[in-house]
Design a protein around this ligand. Structure first.
Ligand code: BES
Ligand code: ZN
Length: 620
């Protein structure tokens, strides 16, 4: 009920845009109760960062000075930061050169160490001199061999969910926002990029300046350093990649500008200035990461035929859902990802039509069903509102937040109609712009602003079942795609006739191939695997999604012909989404486990900590 009262002021104001100032960044409703942060934002909170970094490839170390501008919320004489594996050399306050006493707390599993700094009532800035450790979790240091060009090393960061603290001492909670400026020094032949206004050319000194004028949470802090070049797509969009990849990337992502325009038409202005994408070496652990102004992306979406560009739509959509309106804690993660998948499919529908969006929805649905089956449909982790207290939020990345979140929003759209839902969402993005939001606040707003006491609509939506109950609500109706329904028949025929001839002329698109492979039964006749491979050459596909789906089938049916190609894939690609299903499938049998361990020995050095931390346990 108390939440409803606080809704009243913005119901009156409805649709006025929030104007953010550095001092007005914090959302009082949600900060200070994050189970994954030591910070004390209810007492003292950061508002701006001036970061100076020197990137040392030889030592694989960042040497930094983080100057934090702070805001005193209470009279507390202490500010607490999150750190993980950082060496704190010294701390000073404002312009005073005298070092102040600071305390590093005990090492806590997953969370790292609290850094407590005593401050005075007049303290405005806290200066932290530090360096990173050799195995800083966010950082991936690649040697030249691991890049496309094979000549220069590469550094990339991945801060979401709680890894920013391993390269910056920061109040590392998604409910705490700050603006930043940075100066980064790198070896002369390399370029540095951040989640900020970026250079498009290298400079002779190897010194780069960055500015992020919008207040962002620390999981969106990002840095990449390498032999990177730029190509514009249109006035406000462009791509960055190693020179060997640049033209291919620009071809693949030619629709980026159109995507931004489409997104703006649906939910209002793009508020970040430029939108660029950086394509990284293949060991990047995710498909994409929505670093503001500069999405980080895996090269495994560069299929050559633009068939995997929904990843760009997804990361772009985060410029509203996530980067503008942010999950308050990692227990509200579905608010970031579920909204983003919904928005992503709206962008895809605008650019490529309803059938394309529908196919992606159905693929998402099947993936969700598999995921629920794996977790068990009574498992509390299959609720949208999860509790990851005491656990690593990175382990909470599953289809639940993404696809169950998507289907919940789709259910709301169906119940109230797209027009009303769009108006609500546009308003939601404006109302909460540059703020964070938790699950209950969203549900309150949904009730007050959209359901408005209409019992029929309330029942149709059934928020409670979606958010607080495991599995899927029993009224839920599975989505259908006419194109895919035809493939169901085709697979049935194939199983009786065993005839694969001409199939590749029928199943042309990546979506169709993926659906088809996923529909094949686990115990498929190994001879059919041979003839399918003759027909499609799936083993040597250049589409990473197809490769992954096919190699899973190869393991299930012991189709060893595909193993060398699979090994090569697992040794070069570090995208966790592909690694997990392949290794998990292999370890189901003793021979498979041996193969998995053997591949892993060679592959592990190419993986980011996010990937090997998920795999080490499986492959011991
Ligand atoms: N923000 C996520 C990646 C992420 C989530 C990193 C949680 C760390 C913790 C990103 O937007 C994402 O969802 N990536 C997907 C893209 C896909 C859904 C199009 C991925 O990496 O596969
Ligand atoms: Zn996402």
């Amino acid at each position: 009920m108390k939440n409803l009262l606080f809704l009243i002021p913005f119901m009156l104001l409805s649709c006025t845009q929030n104007i953010k100032t550095a001092d007005d960044n914090q959302d009082e409703t949600s900060t200070g109760s994050d189970p994954h942060s030591f910070a004390n934002p209810k007492e003292n909170v950061v508002t701006h960062l001036d970061l100076t970094l020197a990137v040392d490839f030889t030592k694989q170390q960042l040497n930094g000075l983080a100057v934090w501008t702070i805001k005193h919320v209470t009279k507390s004489d202490e500010i607490i930061f999150d750190t993980q594996g950082l060496t704190i050399e010294k701390v000073t306050l404002d312009t005073d050169t005298a070092e102040v006493f600071f305390a590093l707390g005990d090492q806590v599993k997953i969370l790292g160490q609290a850094l407590s700094i005593p401050i005075k009532p007049e303290t405005k800035k806290v200066n932290i001199y530090y360096s990173t450790s050799k195995n800083a979790k966010a950082l991936q240091w690649l040697n030249a061999q691991q890049t496309a060009g094979k000549k220069q090393p590469f550094l990339l960061t991945q801060s979401e969910a709680i890894l920013a603290r391993s390269w910056i001492p920061t109040q590392d909670s998604p409910g705490i926002r700050f603006t930043y400026n940075a100066t980064v020094t790198v070896p002369k032949d390399l370029m540095a990029l951040m989640s900020a206004e970026n250079p498009t050319n290298k400079n002779a000194e190897g010194k780069y300046h960055f500015e992020q004028k919008n207040a962002i949470p620390s999981y969106l802090m990002a840095l990449a350093v390498g032999d990177i070049t730029f190509k514009a797509i249109d006035k406000r969009t462009g791509v960055y990649a190693e020179p060997e990849m640049l033209d291919k990337v620009a071809y693949e992502f030619a629709d980026m500008g159109k995507m931004v325009n489409a997104a703006e038409k649906i939910y209002g202005d793009y508020r970040w200035g430029r939108y660029d994408v950086l394509v990284l070496p293949p060991s990047f652990p995710f498909g994409g990461m929505e670093n503001p102004m500069l999405t980080f992306a895996t090269p495994t979406v560069i299929a050559g035929d633009r068939s995997l560009v929904s990843l760009v739509a997804h990361e772009l959509a985060h410029s509203w859902s996530g980067n503008l309106v942010t999950n308050a804690t990692w227990n509200d993660f579905w608010l970031n990802e579920g909204f983003t998948v919904y928005f992503e499919r709206r962008i895809i529908e605008t650019l490529y039509g309803k059938e394309e969006a529908k196919m992606q929805e159905v693929l998402g649905y099947h993936s969700l069903m598999e995921n629920i089956k794996e977790l068990g449909n009574k498992n509390p982790d299959t609720r949208l509102k999860v509790d990851f207290t005491g656990r690593d939020p990175d382990d909470g990345v599953s289809d639940i937040a993404y696809e169950k979140g998507y289907f919940f929003l789709k259910t709301i759209e169906n119940a109230v109609g797209r027009e009303k839902f769009d108006a609500f969402l546009k308003d939601y993005f404006n109302r909460h712009a540059f703020k964070s939001i938790d699950n209950d606040t969203f549900l309150d707003e949904l009730n007050v602003l959209l359901i408005k006491g209409d019992d029929k609509v309330k029942k149709q939506i059934d928020s409670y079942a979606w958010v607080y109950q495991p599995g899927l609500p029993k009224e839920f109706i599975a989505p259908l795609s006419p194109v895919f329904s035809k493939i169901d028949t085709l697979v049935q025929n194939l199983l009786t006739t065993k005839n694969t001839l001409g199939l590749s002329k029928v199943l042309k698109s990546t979506n169709e191939k993926l659906y088809f492979i996923n529909k094949l039964p686990d115990n498929l006749d190994p001879e059919l695997m041979v003839s399918l491979d003759t027909e499609f050459n799936f083993t040597n596909s250049t589409n990473a999604e197809v490769q992954c789906a096919w190699y899973v089938m190869a393991i299930k049916t012991k189709y060893a012909v595909a193993y060398p190609a699979m090994r090569k894939f697992l040794v070069t690609v570090g995208r966790r989404k592909f690694l997990m299903p392949l290794y998990k499938e292999m370890i189901k049998t003793p021979e498979g486990k041996k193969l998995a361990q053997d591949i892993y020995k060679t592959a592990r050095p190419n993986y980011h900590s996010v990937a090997y931390n998920s795999l080490d346990g499986l492959l011991k």
